[in-house]
Write a protein that binds this ligand. Structure first.
Ligand SMILES: [Fe+2]
Length: 190
């Protein structure tokens, strides 16, 4: 029998599937997913299992909550321990992020041409229940860190299998680009 949380993630994935299939452009699909993700996070009965919110001592992790069989989208639980951060990076697809617990600090950059130093646009702290469209393919560059003294957990929805997608990281000082894959973490066992 499914736990309530697993069932809710399953229902959320079905909704995302319908929205991805319905909307032909990234602006509409991300706006509609943001609305439904906000509803999920507002449900006080919704909890992620411990296996998907466990921080790694050395680096941030992304656990798969759902990966569409055709690769059209994926849903991740992303966990930053206190003090952990990403480099400046892109996604090469659209993305929607909602905060489950803790505070995520996002610094946004203009998407640079190759070899150009990324222009810093500003930063924002996202708190539990808040949802942001972090990325569209043409505006997808940021750096993320855990703010505060508790680990940060977010539910991230991307327009691809994010655990297998090649994407860019940027040297914030030189603009040098390195391609990377952020592979799925194996859910923790108790
Ligand atoms: Fe990101």
């Amino acid at each position: 029998m499914l736990s309530a949380s697993v069932a809710e993630v399953h229902d959320f994935a079905l909704t995302v599937r319908a929205l991805v299939d319905h909307y032909p452009n990234e602006r509409d699909v991300t706006a509609s997913i943001a609305d439904t993700l906000a509803e999920l996070l507002a449900d006080k009965a919704f909890t992620l299992p411990a296996s998907h919110i466990t921080a790694h001592p050395d680096h941030y992790v992304m656990y798969p909550l759902y990966v569409a069989p055709d690769g059209a989208f994926s849903i991740a639980s992303a966990v930053w321990n206190v003090g952990q951060r990403t480099p400046v990076h892109g996604h090469e697809t659209w993305g929607v992020v909602g905060i489950y617990s803790g505070v995520e600090r996002e610094v946004r950059y203009a998407k640079p041409a190759d070899g150009v130093v990324p222009e810093r646009l500003g930063e924002h702290d996202w708190s539990p229940g808040e949802v942001t469209v972090c990325c569209t393919t043409d505006d997808d560059v940021h750096a993320v860190s855990c703010a505060g003294d508790l680990p940060c957990v977010g539910i991230h929805v991307y327009g691809a299998n994010i655990g297998e997608l090649r994407r860019r990281s940027y040297d914030a000082d030189t603009g040098d680009v390195a391609w990377f894959v952020s592979p799925w973490a194996t859910p923790a066992t108790s």
